[in-house]
Structure formats: structure tokens, C-alpha cells
Design a protein around this ligand. Sequence first.
Ligand SMILES: Nc1ncnc2c1ncn2[C@@H]1O[C@H](COP(=O)(O)OP(=O)(O)OP(=O)(O)O)[C@@H](O)[C@H]1O
Ligand SMILES: [Mg+2]
Length: 1028
Amino acid sequence: MESALTARDRVGVQDFVLLENFTSEAAFIENLRRRFRENLIYTYIGPVLVSVNPYRDLQIYSRQHMERYRGVSFYEVPPHLFAVADTVYRALRTERRDQAVMISGESGAGKTEATKRLLQFYAETCPAPERGGAVRDRLLQSNPVLEAFGNAKTLRNDNSSRFGKYMDVQFDFKGAPVGGHILSYLLEKSRVVHQNHGERNFHIFYQLLEGGEEELLRRLGLERNPQSYLYLVKGQCAKVSSINDKSDWKVVRKALTVIDFTEDEVEDLLSIVASVLHLGNIHFAADEESNAQVTTENQLKYLTRLLSVEGSTLREALTHRKIIAKGEELLSPLNLEQAAYARDALAKAVYSRTFTWLVEKINRSLASKDAESPSWRSTTVLGLLDIYGFEVFQHNSFEQFCINYCNEKLQQLFIELTLKSEQEEYEAEGIAWEPVQYFNNKIICDLVEEKFKGIISILDEECLRPGEATDLTFLEKLEDTVKHHPHLLTHKLADQRTRKSLGRGEFRLLHYAGEVTYSVTGFLDKNNDLLFRNLKETMCSSESPIMSQCFDRSELSDKKRPETVATQFKMSLLQLVEILKSKEPAYVRCIKPNDAKQPGRFDEVLIRHQVKYLGLMENLRVRRAGFAYRRKYEVFLQRYKSLCPETWPTWAGRPQDGVAVLVRHLGYKPEEYKMGRTKIFIRFPKTLFATEDALEVRRQSLATKIQAAWRGFHWRQKFLRVKRSAICIQSWWRGTLGRRKAAKRKWAAQTIRRLIRGFILRHAPRCPENAFFLDHVRTSFLLNLRRQLPRNVLDTSWPTPPPALREASELLRELCVKNMVWKYCRSISPEWKQQLQQKAVASEIFKGKKDNYPQSVPRLFISTRLGTDEISPKVLQALGSEPIQYAVPVVKYDRKGYKPRSRQLLLTPNAVVIVEDAKVKQRIDYANLTGISVSSLSDSLFVLHVQREDNKQKGDVVLQSDHVIETLTKVALSADRVNNININQGSITFAGGPGRDGVIDFTPGSELLITKAKNGHLAVVAPRLNSR
Ligand SMILES: Nc1ncnc2c1ncn2[C@@H]1O[C@H](COP(=O)(O)OP(=O)(O)OP(=O)(O)O)[C@@H](O)[C@H]1O
Ligand SMILES: [Mg+2]
């Protein structure tokens, strides 16, 4: 990181501690000057940041700059406000201790600017809170509003804070800003009614007049010109080149919305701002009795409306004073001077109380909305102190007295916390030490605040004492009481030479930061801060929401005299000191380079003066002589114990011994550290940084270990949870399954029981006991039937039905057969149909009558056994148009000799035709065919009997066909002679020619034999087949 520093960063020394000649003021200032010339405005004195106002925008507060300074060690990067911011933030997070950044310096040195940058740093770099992310915006936006109402142009600073501000930012345990709170201190309210030459009233007045919309101004009865308002013209510089009231107005207007102002509240607030301007323009004229009378009716009218009070009451209150004497109220008229005084008092009271109300309102908006949540309890607080700086004017009054006293107090605190306490600590811890001389301003603080003898006490006494007390009597009293104090001078107390520079009504305080001469004029009044009773009453009666909160009626009845301003201020400062003491301090010491607000001008005299009174040299000397870092043994051990195996994870002995072991382990050299009574002191930052770096590395590995352990634990928990769930689901599911199974078994047992009982009573008439069984038998028969139906028409199987279903079964069977038949019929082709018809005819004729019929059954009948190509064309020609329906080769036996001759038999629609090669040998018209004879044996002979009277006919024809069954069936069908086929047992007689019959004898034998017997018969031996 060291290498990140550029040559420019190294101009001079970044830390005055490294200054060779650290006791030389000249060397100190030279270092400041060299760095300032290079626009290096920040330099350290150890942990204290010294900042010189550059009076120009150096572009060093960008987001990149913020990133550069985040999470790095203080000394590793060039000095910067952000380094302080980050160090403070990290201390807040890691050590969980409240922190306070105290920003000091004289007016115009850059305190407010630094506060704003710090806030901006935190708002932009801190993690956003889980809820209420708007708090960051509110923290930022509270600034422009407070500045508008509480800052003004002075001779020292164009944006001078005229009130003290201490702001707490609350961070949750994750380091996110979750809320805030503002304490404000003594607003310089005299500015409302009077400004020195070259100064202005509070910004808000000019902003409203410059930026306010026409309509708004009309409602408030205002003119745009600031010159029209007496309260704005006293300083004679309403316009300032460095201030843009118009754009500032826009910023303020927007900011008011962010910090939760409703439109109505804004209007109320601006009404009050306007009412102050109108009050300033109220004029009085004296009547005959020199009593004041309001002459500006118009103003009064606006006032009445803007403040929501009765017009007549206000008029009376502005010109009269209510006195209570002996329990009686008297109204005494005011003269011109008194009336103007009353008017100004009212303006101051209205404005300052509104300012207090505004701070409270902002606080409500900043308050963490999560105040009840547990994380709230673990919040840590970072305080930012931006108070008005030490100031000296030509004419210094009560306000400067208070402001400078405040700076005196803070200087005292600084001394206590840094110089004095540091030295005291070395002593207490028994560390060898050479004391450093420093100026302790306690003496001045005492001079101001001591009881009875202090300036504030004397002032209060004068304010409270009966009789004629004036500012001058106060001065006299002061001179009498304090007499010869080294830090107080008055005209009377001063020596001859100094007396010249002191007026009679003045006193001079020799502050730590320089001499200031105060004029006592107005001290008593301002300290008393009295508002006439009837003005108070009038305001208490106001119906304006803000005024009614600012002026509480209880104030009227409270008889006790309120604390004086100076005392109230003193008390609030004491409280502030307590708050700051309870926190870990960090310091930013602001220096103003010149009085002209010019960039690049380094006014050495002015700077030397500031270096001196800020105590920077002493600071440096103590720092050089001392130790950079110290911590209680417990805290140190707690933080770094993980770096040494003997102290990690716990050290059983005394913390001091633990630390000794630890530093030995870390290898600290003797000159690097000292062991005190309760603390360890580390001399050089680099030693601590090395330890911090080691811790960072160690933390990484510890974090990894913790993460691993945690992950293991986490996943184991998850696993166990899943396992438990799985077991739960399993057991539930098993239970469900078991229950289902049991229910099923129960059902089964019951069913079986019902079936058995039903079976026993199956023959009894239907009754509840057997109804189930009977139904079951029925349904199961019907259901089974579906599977056991016959497969085809020939299949005659059919399950046996229960008695009750016999009839239904029979009907079903019939239906089933019908259905099968129907289906079968639908599926057969015409050819097949013809085949079947022929077969059926064949069966009718031959079944059981002829031996070779069974062999013919499986053989299909063929439509014809001879193709037309096998028949002689001549024959075809002879047949003419007659078609041949069937043709088959046959053997013809002569009628006489029984000689076998090969022939063709043709069937036409009209006749049987016997063909010999190309010749039609015989034509037998069906009409002439009287019958057909055939044997009952297995031979294939047959005789066609022809009409005898027909001379044309040669007689009956003896034929033999290899397909005798087929041939005869066809002939019978064609000739319609189905019933004329004779099947003979022994022999067939046939007409062999005119007057001559032939006989064919059939005898069974082992082999087919056809011969002419001796008796002239044709003898046919045919085997008998068993199949018949
Ligand atoms: N760091 C800075 N960078 C640039 N300009 C700065 C810086 N600090 C201060 N200034 C300029 O100086 C002016 C005065 O600064 P600032 O208002 O912070 O002074 P102050 O210390 O708060 O004075 P007072 O005590 O009067 O309130 C600023 O308005 C700004 O112009
Ligand atoms: Mg300021």
C-alpha cells in the first residue's frame, strides 16, 4: 500500500510526528505551507487530522476517494478526512465503542464543511439498513435545512454557523446507519433584528424572497426585494456573490420534504419566517402622551394572519406592558423606544423558538423507527461536533462571549483528553516519561464559569438583583470580584498602556486563542432574554400549530424565574462535555489560511496564531515522546489472542501475562512497547499495523473454520430434519398401507364367510344369507362366459350355467350361434358359396351311399377340368353359342365290347356332350336324360340313362370319371336330375342299343378291376372303403 502514495503525496511529511525538528514551530508551519502549496490540505499529528481550508473545490471527496480510503490502515494512504472517517467507523464496528469526531477551529476554518463530508462518507459507504433506508437521506438532508435557518454570512465566513451542533448517528450491529439525533446550542438570535455592516441575517429570509414562488410570496404578503425589510438591510449586503439564494431555496425546499415535512407544515414554517420580516416593518408613532402607537396597519394585518393571533391583542401587546402589582394586572403603555424593543424581542423569540422546534422536528424524523427492536439495543453511536468557531470582531458582544467560551471549553476537553490525560496516564501506568509543558486553559474556563466568582455568575447576579442594575454596574461588579486575574482586563484594571485600547464599557478576555474585547452593552438584556408577559400571552393564544408548540401556556403560570441564557448555555456545555467524554474521541483541527476567504493564500501570521492556540505543537511533542497506541490488557488480549497458540482460544492466567506471552510470540522488540500497570503501550504505529495485518490474515482462516463448522452443523441439522421428516412420512405411509391391507383382509374374510354361508344355503330360496353367493355365482358365470364362448359354428362347447341362469344361458347360446352363423355367412365369397352349394348337393346325393364319397369331401370342386384350349375348336364351333359350363376328361366303355375309350365330357346349359377329339360323339339333351346310375362301391363308373324312344340316341352311356362325385354333382345340377341318381348295390342295367340291354356287375374286392365277364357283363371289382 505504501507504494500507492505518489510523489506528490509525499511533499513535506504526512505526519508531523515524522518531522525532523519537531520542536520548531517554523518547521511545522513550513511543512504546512509546502503541502498547502500542492493543495495537500490534510496532515496528521498522530491520529489528529490537521486541515487547512483551501477555499476552493479540490475534487477530493468523490466516490473514488471514498473507496480508496475504505478498510485501509490510517497510515497506508495519504492523509484525508475520509481516513479519519473510516478509522472511526471501523473502531465503532470492531470494538463496538461509541465514537465522537470533534471538529474545531475558528470561524471559517472549515468545520461545517468537514462535518458534511463526514456525513456524506457514511451515507455513501455504509451498508443500507434492512429497514428504513431513508434515514441516510434524512441525515444528509437535515443539513441544508439547519444551515438555512441557523447559518448566516458574517465577516469571517459566508456560511457561518450561528448555532452549535452536535449530531449523533446511530449504527446498528451491521454498521448501517439507522437513526440520528441533533443537539443544538444557543442560536445567535440577536442577528434576527440586527446585523453588523457586511453581514446578513439568517439565509432562509433571503432564500424565501429570492426563490419563493409568486403565489407563495403573495400568500405570505411578501415582496421579492430584501431591501423592503428592515431586518434585512442593517448589514447592507443582502446580495453576496458566493451565495446563490435561489438554488439554495430549491435545495431547502426539497430537503424539507425528505425530512417528513408536510405541505401544511412547510406553509406554517414559512408563515413564521414571513411574520418575522413583517414584524421588522412594524412602525410606531408617538401620540400626545408619547405613547407608542402602531402605524403600519397592513403589517399588523399580515402578522395577525400569519401568526394566527387576535389583531387587537397583538396591537395591544406591542404597545403596552403588563405589570402585576399586588396581584393586580396593570397595563402600562410603552414609549417608542420600549415598543421597538418589545417588537424586536418578539421577533427574536419567535425565530429562536421556531429554530428549536425545527431541530426537534428533524429529530423526530431522524429517530430510528425501530427503537423497540432488539437490534436497537446493540446500536453504537458516532457523534459529530460542529460548533461555531472562535471569533473576534470589531465589536464583540454577549454572543461572541458565549461562542468563545464554548470554544474555550472544547479546547479544555481536547487538552484533557489528549495532553493532560496522556501524561497522566503514563504516570498512572508507571511508564518512564518526561513531562511536556503545555498551556492549560482551565484558568480561563474557571474565570468564565466558576461559581460566585465566574463572569457568568456575576452577570446572573446582576440580572437577578433588585434595584437598578445596568451593563455598567455588571462591569463594576466584575472588576470588584475578579480583580487582578491574569486573563481579564478592564479599563480600570489595565495598566496605563493597555488602558488606551479599552473603552470604559468594555472588558477584555485573554482567551487561549487570543485576546477579545467585549462591549458589555446589552449583556444584561441578552442574558435575561425577557419577553414582556403580554407578548408571551398573545403568542400562547396563537392557533398556528408551530407557535402553539413553541409558546406553552405552562410558561405563563410558572412563577419561577427561568435560568438565564448564559447559565443555560453553561449547563448545556457541561452536558456536551460529558457526552463527548463518554465516547472515544477523534479530532479534526481546522485552520483558516487567510481572512480574505481566498484560495492559495497562506497568511503565515494568522496560521502561526492558530497553530499556537490550537496547541498543535504541544500535541506533537507529547505524541513524539509518547506511544502511538495503548490498550487495556484485557482489551488487547481479547482482540489479538487468536494470534498466539498459547492464548487462543482462552488464556487462563492474568491478562497482563497473557499479553506478555502474546507480544513475545509476535516478536515485538523491547523498544517497540512498554508494559504499564493496566495497559500495554505500543510506541510505533507500524508495530500495531503489522499486528493488525496478522490479525486480518488470522481472521480469514478463523472465519473459514467457523464457516466450515457452521456449514457442517447447518447441513447436519438440515439432514436430521429431512431424516425425521422421512421417517415420519414412512411411518405414516406404512400405517396407511397396513390399514388398507387390514381393511382388505377383513373384507375378504367377510366375503368368504358370506360365500360359504351362501354356498351352504344355495338350494334354499333366495334370502339375505344366500343372496350374495347367488349373485356372485351369476355374475361370475356371466363374466366367465365372455371368455368361454364357442370359437366357431362348429364348436359346440358351452359352460354349464348355474340353475338360476339355465334359461338365460340357453337364450344366450342361441344368440351366440346365430351371431356366429350370421357373421360366417356374411364373410363367405360367391365362389365359395357355389362350392358349398355343390358340396351340399353332393352330400345329399352320395353321403353314406357311395364308398368313395368321403375322399371327395376335402377336395374342392373345380369349375372345369379342361380349359378351352384343350377342347377342339371344331367342337366349340359345333356347340355354337352354347357355353361350356364344365368339361372333364372321361373314359367311355363301348356298349358292346366294353372297350375303354378316352373322351371329353362337356356340360352346356342344355346338354351333356361327349366328345372324341374333334368330334361330338353324342349329345344328350337334359330333357332326354332320364337318370344316372352309379355303384355304391369306390369305383368311378357311372351310366347316363337316355330316353329310349329317341332314335337319335345310341343308348345309355357308360362312363368313368376320376372325379366321379364332382362330375355327377355338376351333371345332376345342370340337368336338374338330383333326385334321379340311383346308387346300386350289385349291378346296373343299361340300355345298350335298341332292344339290347347291358349289365354292369359290381363286386367288392381288394383292387379296382374292370373287365368283360364271360357272361357278357361288365365286371367291376372295387375295393370297399371303411369310411362309409
Ligand atoms: N475542505 C474544503 N474544501 C473546499 N472549501 C472549503 C473546505 N472547507 C471549507 N471550505 C470553504 O470555507 C467556507 C467556510 O467553511 P465552514 O463553513 O465549514 O467554516 P466553519 O468552520 O464551519 O465556520 P463557522 O465557525 O463560522 O461556522 C466554506 O463555505 C467553503 O467555501
Ligand atoms: Mg460552521
